[in-house]
Design a protein around this ligand. Structure first.
Ligand code: HEC
Ligand code: HEC
Ligand code: HEC
Length: 128
């Protein structure tokens, strides 16, 4: 006959292992990432668009910038407040957000996103 005790123990361990990622992620979800602004960003006070919009739309903005800049050679962005910016990841976003590891990566690590942009684009040099 089967050893009920052993089977029960294995079952409990098995379920525990299965649920581990759930508890693990739930624990991490308690503390949201706090992206830190660089000195230059602090001085600028505002992003190219309101922060609430940037939070959810920055990937779409970057995607649009890339197509427009590369395919249509349309390299000037006019913001909703009428300011103009160069449609450039490196020269615009990263010039203000030069602290990539304390800013972009804070959120991306948290949500498990790993944009491949840095395979080609130079990440800003950071003083550790
Ligand atoms: C002129 C400097 C400057 C430039 C250029 C700039 N940012 Fe920002 N960014 C800021 C500042 C300052 C804030 C915070 C604004 C606030 O809290 O109201 C911010 C906020 C953000 C946020 C929201 C952060 C949060 O805590 O929710 C994201 C995401 C972001 N920027 C991404 C980008 C990307 C991507 C680009 C390029 C497309 C870019 N920024 C260009 C200065 C800049
Ligand atoms: C407030 C949090 C936050 C900040 C700050 C932030 N991101 Fe993001 N980013 C996200 C989230 C959330 C996603 C969506 C991930 C997903 O859909 O899997 C994302 C996705 C992206 C993507 C698309 C990735 C893909 O694979 O589709 C790019 C590109 C990107 N971010 C660039 C940047 C850059 C550059 C910065 C710094 C200038 C930055 N982000 C700062 C939260 C943030
Ligand atoms: C395989 C290499 C490669 C990868 C990966 C890549 N890019 Fe690019 N990207 C380029 C090249 C080459 C250009 C053209 C440079 C130019 O015309 O100024 C460019 C141009 C751009 C531009 C407009 C010009 C500028 O100075 O920024 C943006 C915006 C951009 N890429 C965003 C992104 C984002 C966001 C990602 C990640 C989601 C990404 N790229 C991933 C190679 C790459």
């Amino acid at each position: 006959m089967y050893d009920r005790g052993k089977i029960l123990t294995l079952l409990i361990v098995g379920i525990g292992l299965l649920l581990f990622p759930v508890f693990y992620t739930a624990g991490k979800a308690a503390k949201a990432p706090v992206p830190e602004l660089s000195a230059k960003a602090k001085e600028a006070k505002e992003c190219i668009e309101p922060a609430s919009l940037m939070r959810t739309q920055h990937m779409k903005i970057l995607d649009a910038w890339r197509s427009e800049a590369v395919r249509e050679n349309d390299r000037l962005y006019r913001s909703s407040t009428g300011k103009t910016y160069d449609k450039s990841l490196q020269n615009t976003c990263m010039s203000c957000h030069s602290n990539k590891s304390q800013f972009c990566d804070q959120c991306h690590n948290y949500v498990g996103a790993n944009p491949f942009c840095w395979d080609c684009h130079l990440a800003p040099k950071e003083n550790q």
